[in-house]
Design a protein around this ligand. Structure first.
Ligand SMILES: Cc1cc2nc3c(=O)[nH]c(=O)nc-3n(C[C@H](O)[C@H](O)[C@H](O)COP(=O)(O)OP(=O)(O)OC[C@H]3O[C@@H](n4cnc5c(N)ncnc54)[C@H](O)[C@@H]3O)c2cc1C
Ligand code: SF4
Length: 496
């Protein structure tokens, strides 16, 4: 702990953000880093706790508390305070594969569990991490390890999201020959085609993938395993196969009129926006996807928020975001104490932009769609909304959200984006390998293990734990790499 009184002297301060008015004009990132002098003060707020909850990464009440990568947070903070950024980078790399991604998109589980946050505001660990990784890139410190000796073992990684990338990185560094198969035209999984560019600039993925390719990792894009690439061929040709193909099976809304033109799954929409921006080198903005439309986003979560922000950039006439559950409290309730993940109201960037543009928060709570109404050509023109209330199911004792009779309301809508969550793995790929699934259609392994029911086949990331977070996918990727390495070599020295 470099500065013993840092937490008393300095207030939490974050980097600046472009105003809503300015940032909705483009799809560029809008957060800037603090000047280094200021960032050092932020790092000085870290108290080097005896028990650093920030790095615990444990499940409490079914939610992750602290960093699942177990980043050496107090040590990194101390090195940032001292201005020893190269050392901070080396320390960060011991546990982390891609700090450039999490320092932009992570909800910062470390900060939610930070002891400083008990009575004041938490340490800016996420922004400290960003300062470290960007310093490392600017100074040529970021390198992917090219192994001096190859083991002769081959590993196929299915899916190039954060889990697959992290697994490929570590297995290649151990000398195994790694090929990553990706069904899309570009590498990155939901980092690429899910999270919008304003949250994570896609050049950051290219910057990392280039280093990985130079270190010997092969990437096969447009390779759909289970369709254009046979699972049996991969099993024959490789010593291990890792399924890291995500949980992209979207939950649908079954209401009358669902076949109306103009109803899309959120990820398909977000992915099309990003693809068209990238294909045209950001010269053609696909305004026609939402311009002058009344948009309804079904789902009050982060994916829904990304849809709100994207539709505002595309010139939507109005945006309404529906959430089935009641509005969360603004502060922690006694039933949700620190260091649990705080279940409190968050106003994210898309919602801020909607407030600026339309004068109100786009979220409507305790509401869902009862019916979609089409015009004569089958195009969506209106939706019927219905309010919901919590009612106890007498048989199960569970509280369910049920429609309130007579609360129906019709509103205009030409575009509906369904962001109602995900149901787990996709059948064609899990069936192609014949792996066992659990009740949620995630690929089953023993708890805390990565081997599936099929020999040589492993699973990691969302396909294993269900739709989660980038940081958890990276953690899964690192752990599956260690498990594969151990099975191939009889031992492993990989850091998980
Ligand atoms: C819109 C959206 C926004 C999000 N925002 C955030 C955020 O801000 N912060 C955060 O921490 N998390 C966020 N998440 C969650 C996070 O992106 C995921 O938890 C994480 O990307 C999962 O990583 P993964 O590697 O397991 O899978 P994915 O990232 O889903 O990658 C899986 C890859 O496998 C490929 N694939 C699937 N099947 C096959 C096949 N048969 N053959 C070849 N390739 C295949 C897919 O095309 C995909 O590229 C968001 C999710 C969504 C949907
Ligand atoms: S919990 Fe907060 S103050 Fe304590 S070591 Fe971690 S970052 Fe520093």
């Amino acid at each position: 702990m470099g500065k013993t009184t840092g937490f008393l002297e300095y207030e939490r301060k974050e980097g600046s953000v472009r105003t809503e008015e300015e940032r909705v004009k483009d799809f560029k990132e809008f957060h800037s880093a603090l000047p280094l002098n200021e960032q050092k003060k932020q790092a000085a707020r870290c108290m080097d706790c005896g028990i650093p909850f920030c790095q615990a990464g444990v499940m409490i009440s079914n939610m992750m508390s602290g960093c699942p990568l177990h980043n050496l947070v107090p040590e990194v903070n101390d090195l940032v305070y001292a201005g020893r950024l190269a050392e901070a980078y080396r320390r960060l790399c011991i546990t982390h594969s891609f700090p450039e991604f999490t320092s932009r998109v992570c909800p910062a589980l470390c900060e939610a569990a930070c002891t400083c946050g008990l009575h004041d505001k938490p340490v800016c660990t996420k922004e400290n991490e960003r300062t470290v990784i960007e310093y490392a890139y600017e100074n040529g410190l970021v390198k992917e390890e090219t192994p001096k000796v190859r083991t002769g073992k081959k590993v196929a990684v299915i899916g190039s999201g954060p889990a697959g990338l992290a697994a490929a990185q570590l297995l290649n560094s151990r000398g195994h020959e790694v090929t990553v198969y990706e069904r899309k035209d570009r590498v990155g999984g939901l980092l690429r085609y899910g999270i919008p560019n304003m949250k994570l600039d896609k050049s950051l993925i290219d910057r990392r993938v280039k280093l990985m390719e130079e270190a010997g990792i092969k990437f096969e894009v447009n390779a759909d395993v289970g369709r254009s690439v046979q699972a049996s061929t991969l099993l024959q040709e490789n010593d291990a196969v890792i399924l890291s193909c995500g949980a992209s099976n979207p939950r649908d809304i079954n209401a009358p009129g669902r076949d109306a033109k103009g109803i899309r799954f959120a990820v398909d929409f977000l992915s099309e926006v990003t693809k068209r921006l990238l294909d045209s080198d950001f010269k053609k903005v696909p305004y026609e996807l939402a311009k002058d439309k009344d948009v309804i986003v079904i789902g009050g979560g982060d994916t829904g928020n990304d849809c709100v922000g994207s539709c505002i950039r595309l010139g939507a006439k109005s945006v309404t975001q529906l959430e089935m559950m009641p509005k969360p409290a603004t502060d922690r309730l006694p039933s949700n104490p620190w260091p649990e993940w705080p279940r409190i109201l968050k106003v994210d960037y898309g919602q801020e932009e909607a407030i600026w543009k339309f004068g109100q928060d786009p979220r409507v709570y305790k509401t869902t769609v009862k019916e979609f109404i089409k015009d004569k050509k089958g195009n969506l023109k209106e939706v019927v909304l219905v309010s919901l209330e919590a009612k106890k199911d007498e048989k199960t004792g569970r509280m369910n959200m049920v429609p309130v009779e007579g609360s129906e309301k019709k509103i205009p809508a030409q575009l509906v984006l369904i962001a109602a969550g995900f149901l787990g793995s996709e059948k064609y790929v899990t069936e192609a390998f014949g792996v066992e699934l659990d009740g949620r259609t995630n690929v089953r392994t023993e708890a805390g293990r990565y081997r599936t029911s099929v020999k040589k086949v492993y699973a990691a990331g969302d396909v294993h734990i269900g739709q989660s977070l980038v940081v958890r996918a990276i953690s899964e990727g690192r752990k599956v790499a260690a498990a594969v390495d151990e099975d191939l070599m009889g031992y492993t020295n990989l850091s998980k």
